[in-house]
Design a protein around this ligand. Structure first.
Ligand code: SF4
Length: 390
């Protein structure tokens, strides 16, 4: 097996450009306590005019969302960026893999900028190319590789997307994972899907939407020889799930769902499919962030909800709908720590640097990776039905 070298870096310190973890920002960041930050951000954004397009992921802080030209989830934002070819700079207020996808989908003359390179994603970091290539070889040794179609969730690094593009697979989002799985199972006789990096989205989609049994889902642990699976288990499996998860959505527990239902029998439990299977099976509604927002927007006044997704979004929904009872589906605070690394000081630093003519934190996917990642993304865009929307 490939040795996996992931030395711990103190938060925001050190250099490791080959991973989702980042580096210190060069130059001086404004202090978070600077009372002029909002005014400075406005001035810099106005100075840049149409040359800059700011994307804000739904999980970003309010102080950042206030300056976003558009908000959305990762796929919608990448498409929004691609639809603005006149913008020289795409400032992506999100995490590293999202900026990579935007770079893949935008023109070569556009620069995608991530305000803090330390804004990675722990889930994306759980599937590294060397590990995935080792697993692919092991599937050949087990005699199943010819049947396997690799599918990766949008929340993965560009090189994992490229791996899927290179080996006949595709990308999916949380709202079209079932369409992508249907497509994958139709690609080969007796097809199996190797699903990266979120085991929960893969399992929830396979079992709850495709009718695949839990027994037909096996988990590939990259830290065990042969993923911890026997050749017999691989032959019997329909879904081979990479052992990855979201640090935020993985925290929600079925106990809290039960407690909330006991306290309020009318409560509606609304969760993201990155939550564990035992949480999703107890929920009333399951869907992507766009689905969660739409559901709450359309919910009747006075209705009661507990939402299992990132806290910035839940808080924003609660603020926008004071006529509805909206609770967070966890006892403890559950922000996405890497998303929260993008803050107003980093945004101001980014915009002011661009005004001064300094390109900073440009995310530039290499040509070979971009070519195959684009193939995997394009296969998703070509999927029928809901694939065209997020
Ligand atoms: S919410 Fe989860 S999947 Fe999204 S960026 Fe944070 S760790 Fe990654």
């Amino acid at each position: 097996m490939t040795t996996v070298d992931l030395p711990l870096l103190p938060l925001g310190k050190g250099t490791d450009l080959n991973t989702e973890r980042g580096v210190e920002c060069p130059g001086d960041l404004p202090a978070p306590s600077d009372p002029d930050l909002v005014a400075r951000a406005k001035v810099a954004k106005e100075a840049l005019g149409g040359s800059v397009f700011i994307l804000g992921h739904h999980y970003q802080r309010d102080e950042v969302i206030a300056f976003a030209d558009v908000t959305g989830d990762s796929f919608k934002l990448a498409r929004d960026a691609a639809a603005r070819p006149e913008a020289e700079y795409i400032v992506f207020c999100g995490v590293h893999f999202m900026a990579e996808s935007a770079d893949v989908l935008t023109n070569d003359n556009q620069r995608v900028v991530l305000p803090d390179l330390a804004a990675g994603c722990s889930m994306a970091d759980m599937a590294r190319l060397g590990q995935v290539e080792d697993a692919w070889d092991a599937l050949a040794d087990a005699g199943v590789q010819d049947q396997v179609v690799p599918i990766t969730y949008m929340n993965s690094s560009a090189d994992i997307k490229a791996f899927c593009g290179r080996f006949g697979g595709a990308v999916c989002t949380s709202s079209n994972a079932d369409v992508a799985l249907e497509w994958a199972f139709a690609q080969k006789p007796d097809a199996k899907v190797f699903f990266f990096p979120d085991q929960h989205l893969g399992r929830n989609t396979a079992v709850l939407k495709m009718g695949i049994s839990l027994d037909e889902c096996v988990v590939w642990n990259p830290f065990l020889p042969n993923g911890g699976l026997t050749a017999e288990e691989l032959h019997a499996a329909k879904m081979i799930l990479w052992k990855g998860h979201c640090s935020v959505h993985g925290k929600f527990s079925p106990d809290v769902v039960d407690e909330l239902r006991e306290a309020d029998p009318d409560i509606n439990i609304l969760v993201h499919p990155e939550c564990k299977h035992e949480v999703v099976t107890r929920a009333d509604l399951v869907g992507s962030t766009e689905f969660i927002i739409k559901t709450i927007d359309e919910a009747p006044s006075g209705s009661s909800w507990a939402i299992g997704t990132e806290l910035n979004l839940v808080q924003r929904l609660a603020n926008a709908h004071p006529d509805k009872k909206i609770a967070f589906l966890d006892r403890t605070v559950c922000f996405c720590s890497t998303m929260n690394r993008i803050d107003l000081p980093h945004l101001v630093w980014t915009l002011e640097s661009l005004v001064a003519g300094h390109e900073v934190n440009v995310i530039d996917v290499d040509d070979e990776t971009e070519k195959f990642a684009h193939i995997a993304l394009q296969r998703m865009l070509d999927l029928p039905g809901r694939a065209a929307r997020d």
